[in-house]
Design a protein around this ligand. Structure first.
Ligand code: CA
Length: 585
């Protein structure tokens, strides 16, 4: 008997969605290792008898409790009625919208319904995003290219960062180092805020229409973006639309005039005058931070102002998209208008939300193209850096994540391992470069868009803010050349092979209590990679069935792999890894 209580489906969201303008993906959940076969019975509601067919489903992910099944269907008239059929050794079972049945009902009304595949509703991020490798730059700390712009009291490059000090990084500095960025192989830059503000991190915006004079001018940013585009590098800016800064002119006016200010409704004021009582501001802010007053994005004037900001930088400066700070605390209605505005300015612009939790409601095609994938971050760090998960625990965590979102979302998820908000990856790995390489290798061979935090590639370490915001190390003798080579070679590998960028992933070895993780990427009958990562401090043996024909080689060196009786064999040292490739037909 199959466990009915574990079986789950619901139309829309991650369970029934348009993968493109013709194709629907249907998914259903069963108890792990319960059903041996699952099918979708599908048809057109207006030609039910003639159009019905059976679509076999494949198990595309598993976690500790469940298996997840998926099939891709191209409905001839873009409408679909469907039910599910489950089989195990002793039972056949059907699931319709009415519930469980022993046989299929006669009437199609009892089936699940995907009413019509309207192209306007399809989640469709820009096509370039899935092939991007991002590089995050904290502009105050990347390079000081123009000392004449330095703020007063700038400290010598390479000093110890504090929450408030400055080192003089600027746009010219980044421009001067585009060769480094291009050589690393990344093809997109994500800047933390560049707009005028008082702090070194610039998250307290004073003027959303102006590059901070410490970094340069709007014209210089345009020149910078043009220079990047010539090298095939895209540029993403940080938009802080949840809250403004304490020097934002409308806020200054409300501070002075209280309820009489024409901007009084631009913010969420609980009580005038604005003040802080026992540490709690009398107005809504970001995280009780008095210098970061929350903007009222429902107010027509605020909306008009922020949407003009969104348009200006995309249309007139040519940036390739926005990363949205604290995106989940802003209303959905605002984000829908924001998307319309940004896509009207450039249909290829990328909209990336900062959300640390389940984000499905922002990823329906009407708001964001992607979110920062912190659940991925946590799973990778727990396995490779902290040793909190074994290989099975890691594979289960990833299985849950793959099941939680449409495939199209997984392919463009923004996969970061560290940032200006967290300790650096090397530090999280206990300053063990071998562990760091494993985590980075997983990130760079995984579905979703990898993002590398500046300086990680040359071996920079650092505890949480402000230590993770140290000045970029430029002296070659202080850079870790081996690590830099590893990053650029692995990025090149990802860029050269579509199989490493698609959604297809299968765990081949991920045992309970084991530190050895082996997974395959790409289709079983096409170009395929096998990645083996030993996250333990003892040697580990890899033996995985690869089947099929074709020659397996070391993906980095091209040397022949050891394949015996259809099995790939290798012995990995502590914290060792291997990547094998079989060419497509
Ligand atoms: Ca400077």
């Amino acid at each position: 008997m199959m466990l009915k209580e574990a079986i789950y489906h619901r139309p829309k969201l991650n369970w029934a969605y348009a993968a493109d303008k013709r194709t629907l993906h249907l998914r259903v959940r069963t108890k792990r290792d319960d059903a041996v076969e699952v099918n979708a019975i599908v048809g057109d509601k207006y030609a039910w008898e003639e159009s019905r067919w059976t679509a076999p489903m494949r198990k595309f992910a598993s976690d500790a409790l469940f298996d997840y099944w998926e099939t891709a269907v191209v409905p001839p008239y873009r409408r679909l009625r469907y039910a599910f059929h489950f089989r195990n050794t002793d039972e056949d079972l059907y699931l319709t919208e009415k519930g469980f049945e022993d046989a299929l009902p006669d009437h199609s009304l009892e089936f699940f319904d995907f009413p019509f595949l309207n192209p306007a509703d399809v989640f469709a991020p820009p096509s370039w995003v899935k092939d991007a490798v991002f590089y995050q730059i904290f502009p105050e700390r990347y390079a000081n290219g123009d000392p004449s712009l330095d703020p007063a009291g700038v400290e010598p490059w390479g000093g110890k960062p504090t929450p408030g000090n400055f080192f003089g990084g600027d746009l010219k500095g980044v421009l001067d180092h585009l060769d480094h960025i291009e050589k690393l192989g990344v093809n997109a830059i994500y800047f933390t805020p560049l707009f005028e503000a008082t702090t070194n991190h610039k998250y307290d915006t004073r003027d959303y229409m102006k590059v901070d004079p410490q970094f340069g001018t709007n014209e210089q940013l345009k020149e910078f973006v043009d220079a990047c585009h010539k090298r095939g590098i895209r540029v993403l800016l940080d938009a802080v639309f949840n809250h403004a800064g304490k020097t934002f002119a409308p806020f200054v006016d409300v501070l002075e005039k209280g309820a009489d200010s024409p901007f009084a409704d631009w913010f969420h004021v609980r009580e005038f005058p604005l003040r802080v009582v026992d540490g709690i501001p009398t107005y809504e802010t970001f995280a009780f931070e008095p210098i970061m007053p929350k903007l009222n994005t429902e107010h027509p004037e605020v909306k008009k102002y922020l949407l003009e900001v969104a348009r200006y930088w995309v249309e007139e400066i040519g940036i390739d998209g926005w990363r949205l700070d604290v995106a989940n605390e802003v209303d959905h209605a605002f984000w829908r208008e924001f998307r319309q505005t940004v896509k009207a300015a450039n249909p290829d612009a990328y909209i990336l939300g900062e959300i640390w939790h389940d984000s499905i409601m922002w990823l329906q095609g009407d708001q964001f193209d992607a979110v920062m994938n912190y659940p991925f971050t946590n799973a990778v760090l727990d396995f490779f850096a902290k040793g909190k998960l074994d290989a099975a625990g890691f594979a289960n965590a990833i299985g849950s994540q793959l099941a939680a979102y449409p495939q199209t979302v997984t392919e463009t998820a923004f996969n970061l391992l560290d940032s200006h908000d967290t300790p650096r990856l090397l530090t999280l790995c206990g300053d063990d470069e071998r562990r760091m390489r494993l985590a980075a290798l997983l990130q760079l061979t995984f579905p979703g868009v990898p993002c590398i935090y500046y300086g990680d590639e040359v071996g920079m370490n650092g505890e949480g803010d402000p230590d993770c915001r140290k000045c970029m190390v430029w002296e070659p003798e202080e850079q870790n050349a081996g690590l830099l080579r590893f990053y650029s070679e692995t990025i090149a590998l990802r860029k050269a092979h579509e199989a490493l960028r698609g959604a297809e992933i299968a765990f081949l070895q991920a045992g309970g209590g084991s530190d050895l993780l082996v997974y395959a990427r790409g289709a079983e009958d096409g170009e395929r990679f096998v990645v083996a990562l030993n996250a333990g401090d003892a040697d580990a043996s890899v033996a995985v069935v690869v089947g099929g024909s074709g020659v397996w080689t070391d993906a980095y060196t091209g040397a022949a792999a050891s394949v015996k009786a259809g099995q790939l064999h290798a012995s990995l040292p502590a914290y060792g890894y291997a990547v094998w490739r079989r060419a497509g037909k």
